[in-house]
Design a protein around this ligand. Sequence first.
Ligand code: GCB
Length: 625
Amino acid sequence: MGPVPVRPSERHLNLRPLSFKCLSTGRGFQGHLLVYTPSWKASWTRDDRSLWAREERHCSGPTLDMPVPSSFNDVGQDRQLRSFVGWVWYEREVTLPQRWTQDLGTRVVLRIGSAHYYAIVWVNGVHVVEHEGGHLPFEADISKLVQSGPLSSCRITIAINNTLTPHTLPPGTILHRTDTSKYPKGYFVQNTNFDFFNYAGLHRPVLLYTTPTTYIDDITVTTSVDQGTGLVDYQIFAQGSEHFQLEVRLLDQEGKVVAQGTGCRGQLQVPNAHLWWPYLMHEHPAYLYSLEVRLTTQTAAGPVSDFYALPVGIRTVKVTERQFLINGKPFYFHGVNKHEDADIRGRGFDWALLVKDFNLLRWLGANAFRTSHYPYAEEVLQLCDRYGIVVIDESPGVGIESRVWAGRWDGEREREKWLSRVLPGLTSLCLLPSVDRTLIAHTKALDPSRPVTFVTNSNYEADLGAPYVDVICVNSYYSWYHDYGHLEVIPLQLATQFENWYRTYQKPIIQSEYGAGAIPGFHQDPPVMFSEEYQKALLQQYHMVLDEKRKNYVVGELVWNFADFMTDQAPQRVMGNKKGIFTRQRQPKAAAFLLRERYWKLANDTQRPPAARGSQCLESGLFHV
Ligand code: GCB
């Protein structure tokens, strides 16, 4: 087992997943999912992790039933568990189908959607993989382990450490309290430099799936358009052998093959392509083709295929000095910032919650959101493709301090390691002089078809990243974090903010955060801070200036925040951050109705397709006020 870099806490809890849920691999014929049945064994506060992984659980203490996906923090009644910092143990026993354990032509994979923050994984007591970073999936080929013995069962053990250090993403520090007149011996707390609760656990689905031993490992697709012909460039990465055939077909929504090719790399051409449009910009938005890839290998037993179907939207995204263009047409972002956050499940993935959120986005008329402050579950992005929602996808780099990270920037290896952890999103990286430039260049090299931004505050003179981005994203909290209660200063301050940024950089600007806290049910007129009226009035002051500047170079507005969310406890936070326009339970505050009216009006004014103008409310429900 390799070294474990996060050690400040040697506290341990042992938890078991109640239902390691298998949702979808996205795989075709050869993909199989296994839904586990629960089987419980007791364990609690045992601190020799290698012993635990090797089977000797008999002397452990009590264990908690733990749902997966979920954060572990809020499901119990234990105060220690809620704010726990250290190693938490998950374990699960499953029975595998016979073919998986006996057919050596089958590759068995364990995939973990996300484990926050550092994870070590054992199968049947054998260490299989370690992973750092709480927001991206990772997997391990466990074929050899499950195919080597007579057992058809498989014991999966995952130890997770949620400690954040100056070198994690996001970073944090452990503060050791050594004054024994105030704190017990060994007392420490986790300190963070961001405004959300450090939820931890197995946050996304954990699943087992199979492929043949020669398989499709990855597919990269980029699209462009040439005079109405859609161009789909693909690159397929296969593993397991060098002898295989690859067939590629592109199907339209009726299931008709519109283009096909062979081999690992190529370009498909689609005459009169249906373009992918955001849902308020076209009568037939979010059009997705299906790219079907079949890999075939000849074996002694005959041909064996792996198959993958990837939804593909054909679209172009470009930026000019004043505009953000999708398929060559100006796009104005009217949307929200979100969090993966809800009662009880914390940051745990939940389909019901996700679909509710997307229904609320449509109710609101929001056409975009930012995945503040980390990459979200891939199911979220897939749904955005299907619903026609534009995403600003953020890295987990919130709260990075330049002096720590600049030191780590030396050397090619460190740089690559760091980049691989920060991507795929890229925002919220502030004040890292050489880091910004290199990171943005690297991001663009990986995917030249997408604009890159990072989110900054309103100090245009001190900013070091803006020269390198395509779009400037600015946050400001006028009449909230200063000039408390003085809503009348917003127009002047906000107009000055935009003018300074545009004069300096001549790039399109998005107001990436603005907002005010409101405790639902608190009313005061004339408005005072924390009342629903104040939140509404503050947004209205912003809107006046946004309406003026969007005629020039402002290309979007994203309110902070879609819903109330949990934070660390602090005197300025009232059971979390209350800047949501919806409550944490997804009920509208007064500001939600204000934004709904505004966003549908913006949709009608700026993005409504000409054919739909004149009708107040289409059958599809896409355009109404
Ligand atoms: C910000 C942060 C966000 C906070 C927000 C606030 O600038 O990006 O994480 O929650 O301000 O409410 O203070």
